[in-house]
Design a binder for this molecule. Structure first.
Ligand SMILES: [Zn+2]
Length: 484
C-alpha cells in the first residue's frame, strides 16, 4: 500500500498534485499556482499565456496524424476553498497542505485538501507532460476564483480559446457526466412601510427556528421548510384571530441558503395575548403535520420582550404579510427529460425590516433562460400588486442540457468501450463555469467529469485514489478517441 502520494498511480498526475499542495492557492490568491502552470509549460516548450484577471492558457500541438482533429480544451479552476478545523494551526497563505493516505482515500490533516480542483489541474498538467499520449490540438484553461464568484470564467475574453469542445475536469463522481447547470439571478425588492405608535407596550418575539436549511440550488427539491414563509403563514393566519401589531420581520442570512430561522417582533395588548398565543399554536400545529417527514425538528417560540416601538399600520401589516405569502419559494419546474433534476426554482432568501422600508432578497435559478425570466416575472408581478419596487440584479447564464450533443455521444461510447459499462448523465441545479463559458463561446460542446471526492469545501474533503486512476484512464482515452 502507498504511504506517500508519489507512490500512487498515475505517477505523473500525483507528482503534480503533490506539488500543488505546496503552493498556496486560496480563491483570490491564484498567481503562484498560475506561475507553476506556466513554468511547467515553459519547461516543456509549450506556449502559455495569462489574461488580465489571471486565467492561464497553455496549448499543446496535436500528435502526428491528428493535426486535423477538432481542438479540445481541458479546463479546471486554479483556486480552492480554504477551510480548517478550529483547533488546526495553519496559515493558508504560506503553509503547505499536509496530505495523508487513509486506506483508499487521500485526506488533508485538519484542512481542506483542494482535490477540488487540484486533481483536475494535476491531470491537465500530466496530459501536458506525457509524451506517450495520442491526441488532437489541445488547450489547457485554468481559471481563477471559481469558488467565490466564477470570476475567472466571467472575465474570459472572446478569442482567448480556439477549441470547440471543452472537457471540464471539476466534477466529483467518477462515472458521471455532467451536461448542464442552472443559471441564476438575484432580485432585491423594497416595500415602503407606514408606521404608527404601537397601541400596546407589550412586545413579543415570535421565532420560527431549527429548520434544516441547505443549499438553495442543490437542496431546493427536498421540500424543506423556509422559515420566512412559515413565519409569514403563522402571522397571516393569526392576524384574523387576534389583534397584534407587526413591528418587524427578519430572516435568512445568505442568498444561496434556504432560511433556517425567522423572527417577528410584535406588539399585543394584554387582552389579546391569549388569542394570539392560541392562534400561533394552531397555525404551527398544521405546519408541523405538513412537514413531519422533512422538518422533524422545526419549532417556534413566543416570548415577551422589553421596549416599545412604532408598529406598521393595519393596512401596511396586511400588505406586508400578503407580500410574503404571495412571493414564490421552492421548485417551480422539474426537468421534463432528466429525472430528479430541478429545472427552475426560487429561494425567498433574506428579509430585513428598516424604519421606512422592508427589503426582500429572492434568488432564482434555472437551466432555461426564458424560465428564469418568467419566474422573475412572477416576482415582479407580486411586487406590482403589493406596491414594492423590484431591483433586478444581473445574473449568470445556465448551461442547458443537450442530450443530442456529439461530444456526449462520443464520450458515452468511449466510456463503455473503456470500462464495459455506461456512465451516468446528470445536470446540476447550481452554477458551473461551463454555463458562462458556453455563453461566451456559442456552439462550444461541453461536458464535465472527474474522480470521486467527498465533502469538498470542508476539512473532511477526501478523494478516492482508485477513482483518480479511472479518471486518468478515461481522460486519456477521451482525448485520443475524440481526435481519431
Ligand atoms: Zn471545483
Amino acid at each position: 500500500m502507498a504511504s506517500t502520494l508519489n507512490e500512487l498511480n498515475p505517477r505523473l498526475l500525483w507528482k503534480h498534485f503533490a506539488k500543488i499542495l505546496t503552493i498556496p492557492h486560496c480563491s483570490g490568491n491564484e498567481k503562484p499556482l498560475g506561475d507553476y502552470v506556466l513554468s511547467v509549460a515553459a519547461s516543456l516548450g509549450l506556449p502559455g499565456k495569462r489574461d488580465k484577471v489571471g486565467n492561464v492558457l497553455v496549448s499543446k500541438p496535436a500528435t502526428a496524424g491528428r493535426e486535423g482533429a477538432v481542438g479540445a480544451i481541458l479546463q479546471g479552476h486554479l483556486d480552492m476553498v480554504c477551510e480548517k478545523n478550529s483547533d488546526k494551526v495553519h496559515d493558508f497563505s504560506k503553509d503547505p497542505i499536509q496530505a495523508e493516505i487513509k486506506g483508499e482515500w487521500v485526506y488533508a490533516k485538519g484542512t481542506t485538501l483542494g482535490a477540488d480542483n487540484g486533481i483536475g489541474l494535476a491531470a491537465a498538467l500530466a496530459v501536458m507532460e506525457d509524451k506517450t499520449l495520442v491526441h488532437g490540438p489541445l488547450e489547457f484553461l485554468f481559471t481563477v476564483d471559481e469558488e467565490t464568484g466564477l470570476t475567472g470564467a466571467n472575465k474570459i475574453q472572446k478569442g482567448f480559446l480556439l477549441g470547440r469542445m471543452l472537457l471540464n475536469l471539476d466534477s466529483e463522481d467518477e462515472g458521471t457526466f455532467t451536461i448542464g447547470c442552472a443559471g441564476g439571478a438575484d432580485s432585491t425588492l423594497t416595500l415602503p412601510l407606514d408606521r404608527k405608535k404601537t397601541a400596546s407596550k407589550n412586545l413579543y418575539k415570535l421565532h420560527v427556528h431549527s429548520l434544516r436549511g441547505g443549499h438553495s440550488g442543490l437542496d431546493i427539491n427536498q421540500g424543506r421548510g423556509n422559515a420566512i414563509k412559515l413565519l409569514a403563514r403563522m402571522l397571516g393566519q393569526a392576524q384574523t384571530a387576534a389583534k397584534f401589531e407587526v413591528i418587524s420581520v427578519e430572516g435568512g442570512s445568505k442568498h444561496n441558503a434556504i432560511p433556517r430561522e425567522a423572527v417577528a417582533l410584535l406588539a399585543c395588548p394584554p387582552v389579546q395575548v391569549r388569542s394570539m398565543t392560541m392562534a400561533f399554536k394552531k397555525a404551527f400545529d398544521k405546519i408541523k403535520v405538513e412537514y413531519t417527514a422533512v422538518e422533524p425538528g422545526a419549532a417556534y417560540s413566543l416570548d415577551a420582550v422589553a421596549g416599545k416601538d412604532f408598529a406598521l399600520t393595519r393596512d401596511c401589516q396586511r400588505t406586508l404579510l400578503d407580500f410574503l405569502i404571495a412571493l414564490p419559494h421552492g421548485v417551480i419546474a422539474m426537468h421534463p427529460e432528466i429525472a430528479g433534476l430541478t429545472e427552475t426554482s426560487t429561494n425567498l432568501a433574506i428579509v430585513k425590516t428598516g424604519k421606512a422600508a422592508f427589503e426582500v432578497l429572492c434568488s432564482t435559478r434555472s437551466s432555461v433562460a426564458s424560465a428564469l425570466e418568467a419566474t422573475r416575472g412572477i416576482i415582479i408581478s407580486v411586487c406590482a400588486l403589493a406596491g414594492a419596487k423590484p431591483d433586478l440584479k444581473d445574473g449568470y447564464p445556465g448551461w442547458m442540457p443537450n442530450l443530442d450533443s456529439p461530444l456526449l455521444k462520443k464520450l458515452k461510447e468511449l466510456y463503455i468501450k473503456t470500462f464495459g459499462k455506461e456512465a451516468d448523465v446528470v445536470a446540476v441545479h447550481a452554477g458551473l463555469e461551463c454555463g458562462i463559458i458556453g455563453e461566451k463561446f456559442p456552439g462550444m460542446d461541453m461536458i464535465s467529469f472527474g474522480p470521486t471526492m467527498k465533502n469538498p469545501h470542508s476539512p473532511e474533503e477526501h478523494v478516492h485514489t482508485a477513482s483518480v486512476e479511472k479518471f486518468w484512464t478515461f481522460l486519456t482515452a477521451a482525448i485520443d478517441g475524440l481526435s481519431s
